[in-house]
Each structure stands twice: as C-alpha cells, then as structure tokens.
Design a protein around this ligand. Structure first.
Ligand code: FES
Length: 153
C-alpha cells in the first residue's frame, strides 16, 4: 500500500495519525523521511512538528517491538581493540540508521552491547541470535545484503 492509499483509508484525518503511522510502518514506508513528513503535514492539515511529536511517541512504542533483524554488536574491550567501533559506525551508515539505531527501511536495529562471550572471534555480533565473527566491512556488507534479499523474498 502506498502512502496516498493509507491516507485515503484513514480519510485524511489528523486524529487517525497514529494508525496512519502504524500502517506506514507495516508497509516499510519511512515516516522519518522529510518528504513523507511534508505529505503527511499537507494532507492532514497540520504541522510537521505536530506529526513528528506523534512519531516520537509511536517510536517509543515501536522500539519495544523487535525489528525484523536485531543486531547486537559487541563494543567491549577485545572487540574494541579490533576496531569494532569503526565497524559499528560503518554498519550504521550502511543502513542509514537513526539515533535509536533503527535503519531507514525499518528492517534493522543495531544495539551496542557488552561482551557476547565471543572474544575468540572478535570483532563479533549476533543477528537474531545467530553469531557472526571476525568481522570486516566486506563481511558485514555481504551479511546485510543477504538479509535484505531474504526479507524481499
Ligand atoms: S569483547 Fe566482544 S565478544 Fe567479548
């Protein structure tokens, strides 16, 4: 469903904004995107600030739910020595994450966590509990590409 269809379904009513955001979320439509915020503001006849306030509230609820892929990236000592910080920044940029570590497509959430007990294969992360170690930028790119393909199939 496209954004216009969602808005039409909810009769362009401001008081249904939370449901609209929820539907956008289900359709993986980015509600942080400025262009989408402008459309919402125009169609619902309200300000972007008003919409953003609701999105922030919704985000608190949404963050309680799991995104499709939950990445726990270790930032403890051994991984840190092995440049985990650079890799975390790399993957955050790759996924265009917001300040909460949620990717712009809503598929991924990155958490910086304490030692995962995988120091022998540092730098390490888990995604939905699956272990990935000896990470490099290239490895991470491949993993993310595979998961995105998986989510599209
Ligand atoms: S320090 Fe990263 S897994 Fe132990």
């Amino acid at each position: 469903m496209k954004l216009e269809e969602i808005l039409k379904k909810h009769e362009y009513k401001r008081d249904r904004l939370l449901e609209i955001i929820h539907d956008m979320d289900d359709e993986n439509i980015n509600y942080h995107d400025l262009e989408n915020l402008k459309i919402l503001s125009k169609r619902l006849k309200t300000t972007i600030a008003d919409i953003y306030g609701t999105i922030t509230f919704y985000g608190m609820i949404r963050d309680e739910k799991r995104t499709r892929f939950e990445i726990n990236f270790c930032s403890s000592t051994v991984c840190h020595i092995k440049k985990a910080k650079d890799l975390i920044l790399f993957v955050e940029k790759l996924l265009n994450c917001d300040e909460n570590g949620i990717s712009s497509d809503g598929l991924f959430k990155i958490n910086r966590v304490e030692c995962l007990g995988l120091c022998n294969i540092a730098p390490a992360m888990t995604i939905n509990g699956k272990v990935y170690g000896n990470l490099t930028k290239e490895k991470i790119e491949n993993i993310i590409r595979e998961l995105k393909n998986e989510s599209n199939s």
